[in-house]
Design a binder for this molecule. Structure first.
Ligand code: IPD
Ligand code: CA
Ligand code: CA
Length: 259
């Protein structure tokens, strides 16, 4: 049902990813946005322009919520909004660390119906549409079967205002580290979610993310059989201030750890 939207998300992510890969490791302009260490490069902007242009060429009336340009587009009678992070992992990209992605989701009537996340450095395209399962390149993916948080591999991230310690994100991190649980911090929330979906990680949590960091990843995790919620266990939506995404089996254990 959402096939066309998914194909457009995939195609746009691949196209933008190609641009990022070309720019990776070159010399480019880097600016600072609001918040310390919150960078934007000329490739964030180029990637976003390319994605929006491509989607608009197919769907001239659709609306957009994109990290660098905010809300745009006219009122769409189908209520479709594209939620776009043109470069998730900008700090990595700016430091020539090859862990970053493009994240694109389509929402219909406030529900995420399709999403694609592309890591151009590994040529890995994660995608899903509602009711159709989740995939990595052409292979269907499912979440892990780990049932104990203590033997799980977890991932998290920190917001740019980590110095204000929102949601006691530092305390939560320390608490989980002190349980002896291995934790990674990749620097791309979209990839964190994609890796939960394909079973590389068993669980992810983070506070103060933005809609474009989470929208595509949330549907990919759910379609891979995982669970996504806010820290308090209530229903996730793209405006949630907190997100926990797991294989489902350890979800309760993660919520206990982060609360
Ligand atoms: C950031 C990354 C990072 C997360 C930050 C995000 P950006 O996005 O997803 O993993 O910890 O909170 O803002 O700025 O690279 O698009
Ligand atoms: Ca982001
Ligand atoms: Ca970004």
């Amino acid at each position: 049902m959402y096939k066309e939207l998914l194909e457009t998300a995939k195609e746009s992510a691949l196209q933008a990813g190609k641009i990022l890969k070309k720019g990776y490791g070159t010399t480019f302009k880097i600016d600072n946005k609001v918040g310390r260490n919150n960078l934007v490069t000329e490739f964030d902007l180029l990637s976003e322009k390319t994605i929006i242009k491509n989607i608009k060429s197919r769907y001239p009336t659709h609306r957009f919520l994109a990290e660098e340009s905010g809300h745009s587009g006219s009122e769409d009678k189908n209520e479709i909004i594209w939620v776009i992070d043109p470069l998730d992992g900008t700090v990595n990209f700016a430091h020539s660390i090859p862990i970053f992605s493009v994240s694109i989701a389509a929402m219909m009537n406030n529900e995420i119906v399709a999403g694609a996340i592309y890591n151009p450095m590994l040529d890995e395209l994660f995608y899903a549409s509602r009711g159709e399962g989740a995939f990595l390149n052409d292979k269907q993916i499912v979440v892990s079967d780990s049932d104990d948080i203590h033997t799980s591999l977890l991932v998290t991230g920190f917001p740019y205002n980590v110095d204000k310690n929102p949601y006691d994100c530092v305390g939560t991190f320390v608490k989980i580290v002190l349980k002896g649980i291995p934790i990674r911090r990749l620097g791309s929330a979209a990839l964190d979610l994609a890796y939960v979906a394909c079973g590389r990680f068993d669980g992810f949590w983070e506070a103060e993310l933005h809609p474009w960091d989470m929208a595509a990843g949330a549907i990919i995790v759910e379609e891979a059989g995982g669970k996504v919620s806010k820290f308090d266990g209530s229903k996730f939506d793209i405006n949630s201030n907190t997100i926990a995404a797991t294989n489902g089996i350890i979800h309760k254990q993660i919520l206990e750890a982060v609360n």
